[in-house]
Design a protein around this ligand. Structure first.
Ligand SMILES: Nc1ncnc2c1ncn2[C@@H]1O[C@H](COP(=O)(O)OP(=O)(O)OP(=O)(O)O)[C@@H](O)[C@H]1O
Length: 452
């Protein structure tokens, strides 16, 4: 291993880690020597030695071995203390030949649900944009938007669309390495790689996929090292123009404890929203599912009006809607009766009751104070600071919109305030919704969360 070789190798590292990481962490490394299978680098500070050791040592080790150097460990020493200080070391995998990338199968992509295809996905106004974007990336053509971020509330079809993309890509472009996994599985693999000292394999494998799909990315919020690794994986793939598809339960900007750099990366691509279902979409989904059930329950009849009734009454999410229908079919086939209104009301009494759930002022207050990160007592209390007054007005406005409480009743629940104060608060928010995009978005988000 020579200085010149190290110079060439650094160029390869630049490609893998990206310009920022390179300038901060790789460029300052000064190659010293390789002795007894240990490559030593001088670093300006201990902190830097530790950081590089934790985050890039495996990669450096891999590059060194790929370039032909027989190195089993990498060591970082603070230049002034080279002789005195013990170095930060990273062990190589047991056998140097382990450093070659394992077959992609080892990534154990999460299994795809055979029911989740484009054919079984019902398109309506609330999901048409998400569906169109998913269709586009599933063609496997040139990458035009990266990443594609699909977000929306629980049970609205994010996972279904992700699987549909993966199925379609498999059929159209079998040569592509398509990896689908949940953010939780990503974290699990990352931790496992750290534990087993296989970070190099992890990095190499994840960087070798052509299409990376990560479901429920909100899961990594607050998990710092996983986010960091995700960020690097993400950058490396985007740099190579590989497609990334992400799903989340809310817009990237609204995921708390997500690092800014991860958030801004997610926002760089196409971010599309799966809106809560409307009546027509729910009815369409029910009709499609009934077609599918006909095979398993031949001869079972459904009376007119039952599907319309369900689509009208169960507006929570598609999963609940599907569950209700499954139960209805199973029940009807057991008792050998037609699915009519009476049987539906009997069989689904609990589901129907639950979806009748009324939103309360207290619930609104709780949600709004959580959302704005203030204490419930401050929302209800007398403080007039803007940081309390505005959330209070939002909560009053939502209480007026979403409950049947009168203005005096709402006032009483907000620390005994007068009904004119509530009226003023509601008016203020109505005005602000027209002029202040942030407030309009906050109100919409909260309304959706409360109605979910
Ligand atoms: N438009 C649709 N057409 C047909 N089925 C749908 C549609 N939307 C959702 N579903 C069905 O609803 C169920 C829940 O969908 P899915 O698991 O994709 O939701 P999700 O948005 O990923 O939810 P979560 O946030 O819980 O992960 C699945 O069985 C899916 O097939």
């Amino acid at each position: 291993m020579t200085q010149e070789k190290w110079g060439q190798l650094r160029q390869r590292l630049l490609k893998t880690v990206g310009q920022n990481n390179y300038t901060t962490w790789i460029e300052p490394l000064v190659f010293s020597e390789v002795q007894d299978g240990v490559a030593t680098f001088n670093v300006p500070t201990n902190f830097m030695g530790n950081y590089v050791s934790q985050n890039f040592a495996d990669l450096i080790l891999y590059e060194l071995n790929t370039a032909g150097a027989k190195v089993q460990r990498v060591s970082f020493q603070v230049a002034a203390n080279v002789a005195a200080r013990p170095s930060t070391r990273v062990a190589a995998p047991e056998t140097p030949q382990d450093t070659s990338p394992a077959p992609l199968d080892e990534l154990q992509a999460a299994p795809l649900d055979p029911r989740f295809t484009f054919d079984s996905f019902v398109v309506g106004k609330p999901n048409e944009l998400a569906h169109a974007a998913a269709r586009r990336v599933s063609e496997g053509g040139p990458v035009t938007f990266n990443p594609l971020v699909l977000y929306g509330g629980v049970g609205l079809g994010k996972t279904h669309l992700m699987h549909a993309i993966a199925w379609e890509l498999r059929a159209r472009k079998p040569e592509l390495n398509v990896l689908y996994l949940s953010a939780e599985q990503f974290m699990y693999r990352f931790v496992q790689a750290l534990r087993e000292r296989k970070m190099m394999d992890f990095k190499v494998l994840f960087r070798s996929v052509d299409v990376l799909m990560v479901d429920d990315v909100q899961f990594i919020a607050g998990k710092d090292s996983t986010q960091e690794e995700f960020f690097h994986t993400f950058n490396a793939l985007v740099d190579q123009n590989k497609q990334i598809i992400i799903s989340a339960d809310r817009a990237p900007g609204e995921i708390k404890d997500l690092e800014d750099r991860v958030r801004s990366r997610l926002q760089c691509g196409l971010v599309v929203d799966l809106h809560p279902t409307d009546y027509e979409l729910r009815l369409g989904i029910l009709q499609t599912k009934v077609q599918q059930y006909r095979g398993s329950y031949p001869g079972l009849e459904i009376a007119d009006g039952v599907l319309e009734f369900l689509a009208h009454r169960i507006s929570t999410n598609v999963r609940v809607l599907e569950g209700a229908l499954t139960r209805l079919f199973a029940f009807a086939s057991l008792v050998g009766r037609e699915i009519d209104m009476e049987l539906t009301q009997d069989c689904l009494a609990d589901v129907l009751r639950a979806s009748e759930r009324k939103i309360t002022v207290e619930e609104i207050q709780r949600r709004v104070s959580d959302y704005y990160n203030i204490r419930l007592s401050d929302m209800i209390g007398p403080k007039r600071l803007r940081s309390y007054a505005r959330p209070r007005q939002v909560a009053m406005y939502l209480s007026k919109q979403l409950t049947s409480r009168s203005l005096p009743e709402i006032g009483r629940r907000f620390g005994g305030r007068d009904h004119t104060t509530v009226m003023h608060g509601c008016k203020r928010i109505e005005e602000l919704k027209l002029t202040d995009g942030q407030i309009a978005e906050d109100v919409e988000m909260l309304r959706r969360a409360l109605e979910a």
